[in-house]
Design a protein around this ligand. Structure first.
Ligand code: AMP
Length: 399
């Protein structure tokens, strides 16, 4: 982690009220119970450190994408019991993140107590990075802790602007370990270094893919984005995902990879379906030979083996994006197989970092979380950090 950024261990929180930006943007079931509390669990160590020191914690987060005003379905009150269960302590709630209720509840907090504030994004000022709004939040605490790596790439009021109101501002354990683990693949990674990119869209990942070309030995491309590669090379891809405006980029990328000596590995075969549905008719096709009316929804068995061989030879592995539509059981085998290969490489001594978002969800779903070196909680934040961009949430903590 940046030497100018301190973590929670550098402070004693005794007698202090810590205002903690967490990422509790958790998925909810239809009955508003939390369906996956990974993000809540990830913030527990920092919160416990504060409470064990004899401090109190005021937790603030966003949830979902409200349109700038209160919306019942995005209320953080739905997650109170999940936070209580994760912390093993009662959690108070303020139905407004700023103003009289938040101020009086924060002022009354005693050592060891926890207060959760209502969704920050019920105010449009949050995402605008409004200074007055940040100041109103800042009033609630004595010290500022940012443990929300998932939003560290945003210069929002609670993630960045707020820091200027505090003399004591530190990173939480999650933020610190995210940066430390990302730096392991950014700094001087052990070789061979293999990056596996998948998922739906090339457009979101152009910068990271270009950056990776400068550092990796092998670049594996799977998932929906691989069909644009097949098409750009003159193949037939039926109704598979295509980013027609990225075909030139893809061809240039292939040239660049060659020039830089990077081994660019593309799928050999693909599982095809006649509909985007778990119960669609299925078949198999070579890459670039998908019949009309069919679409590629997963990598095929030859590709799994090809990718696997490279993964097993690697000493550093970065994986971002699923190999197919892993949410549907009929098309999850490619993603599962890659998770297994990454786990095996890890058992053999490789360092493996799973980028957040859907790859993290896939690794969790298939039960490989404990078999890889690190699963990041931050999709966009991790990618931007790896692209070499300064994360506003981290920069704001620097002294
Ligand atoms: P991303 O957010 O770009 O990492 O994309 C993740 C999404 O890509 C997941 O929801 C996958 O279901 C989807 N995906 C992966 N492969 C394919 C494919 N071949 N066709 C359509 N969607 C895909």
């Amino acid at each position: 982690m940046s030497s100018t950024v301190k973590n929670v261990d550098s402070l004693s929180f005794a007698g202090k009220k810590a205002l903690v930006r967490v990422d509790f943007n958790v998925p909810l079931n239809e009955d508003f119970t939390v369906s996956d509390d990974t993000r809540i669990q990830a913030a527990v160590p920092s919160i416990k450190k504060i409470l064990n020191d004899g401090g109190s914690a005021i937790l603030m987060s966003h949830l979902g994408r409200p349109k700038g005003g209160p919306e019942e379905k995005y209320s953080l009150k739905h997650i109170i019991s999940a936070v209580e269960a994760a912390l093993g302590t009662p959690v108070q709630f303020s139905s407004d993140c700023i103003g009289a209720e938040a101020e009086s509840k924060a002022a009354a907090l005693k050592a060891g107590e926890v207060l959760l504030l209502e969704n920050l994004r019920f105010y449009k000022e949050e995402e605008k990075g409004d200074k007055d709004f940040a100041g109103k939040l800042a009033k609630l605490g004595d010290v500022y802790v940012n443990d929300a790596f998932g939003t560290a790439h945003r210069a929002h009021a609670s993630t960045a602007v707020i820091a200027e109101f505090f003399k004591e501002k530190v990173a939480g354990y999650l933020m610190e370990s995210e940066l430390t683990n990302a730096d392991k693949v950014l700094g001087n990674p052990e070789r061979p270094y293999t990056a596996i990119m998948g998922g739906a869209k090339i457009a979101d990942k152009i910068l990271i893919i270009e950056r990776l070309l400068d550092v990796v030995d092998n670049l594996i491309i799977g998932g929906g984005m691989s069909y644009t590669f097949a098409k750009a090379q003159g193949g037939s891809i039926g109704n598979s995902l295509l980013e027609a405006d990225k075909m030139d980029f893809v061809l240039e990328l292939m040239e660049k990879a060659k020039a830089k000596g990077v081994n660019l590995i593309l799928p050999l075969d693909t599982v095809i379906a006649d509909d985007f549905s778990n119960t669609a008719n299925q078949g198999m096709a070579n890459s670039g030979e998908i019949p009309d009316g069919w679409m590629g929804l997963d990598i095929g068995p030859k590709t799994r083996e090809l990718f696997g061989k490279t993964i097993l030879e690697s000493k550093t592995v970065l994986w971002n994006g699923p190999m197919g539509v892993f949410e549907m059981e009929s098309f999850d085998k490619g993603t599962k197989a890659i998770a297994e290969y990454v786990a095996e490489a890890t058992r053999n001594g490789a360092f493996s970092l799973i980028g957040g978002g859907d790859s993290a969800a896939a690794v969790n779903k298939f039960g490989y979380t404990d078999q890889v070196s690190y699963v990041s909680t931050g999709g966009g934040a991790l990618l931007e950090h790896m692209e070499g961009k300064v994360l506003p949430g981290v920069a704001a903590l620097a002294e």
